[in-house]
Design a protein. Structure first.
Length: 155
């Protein structure tokens, strides 16, 4: 059973820690260096605890922490979406079980409106996931550059 739990201010350290692991994984697709403390920069992290337009969820599967999602309304395309999927991951132990697909659909259903979801073309799993999630909504694909695509659609 999948359950979304809102990230609260007291959960800051947990979200920071798992986001760092996610950012490390994303170095497979982006050339982001670590800082002098061994952390990856995430410029808007603190905003998830101060900006009421940003929200984050922990993803639980059968009571176990299995990932997280971070949403905001800020566009990658200079548009005005209701929601942008800023970050989303399901931990490796929970992959290939449709958990990401089911969770993404849950999030979209809980947040109707216009959406933007960006992925890196080299991240084939993300590309497959987000195109499958968006397919029922007839998404429009916008290529930011050779490596990044943003899907726009309305739920």
């Amino acid at each position: 059973m999948i359950r979304l739990q809102s990230v609260l201010p007291q959960d800051r350290d947990l979200l920071w820690n798992i986001n760092q692991k996610y950012l490390y994984e994303m170095t497979n697709f982006y050339d982001d260096p670590m800082d002098e403390n061994g952390n990856y920069h995430y410029g808007h992290f603190e905003d998830y605890f101060t900006d009421p337009k940003r929200t984050a969820y922990f993803i639980y599967v059968d009571g176990q922490l299995a990932g997280f999602a971070m949403l905001n309304p800020y566009s990658n395309l200079s548009q005005s979406p209701d929601h942008t999927m800023a970050e989303f991951t399901v931990f490796p132990a929970y992959r290939r079980r449709h958990i990401a697909l089911d969770t993404a659909r849950m999030i979209l259903n809980e947040h109707p409106g216009t959406w933007e979801i960006k992925y890196n073309e080299k991240n084939l799993a993300a590309k497959k996931l987000w195109n499958e999630v968006a397919r029922p909504y007839q998404p429009e694909a916008h290529h930011l550059n050779d490596e990044e695509t943003v899907l726009t659609f309305t739920v």
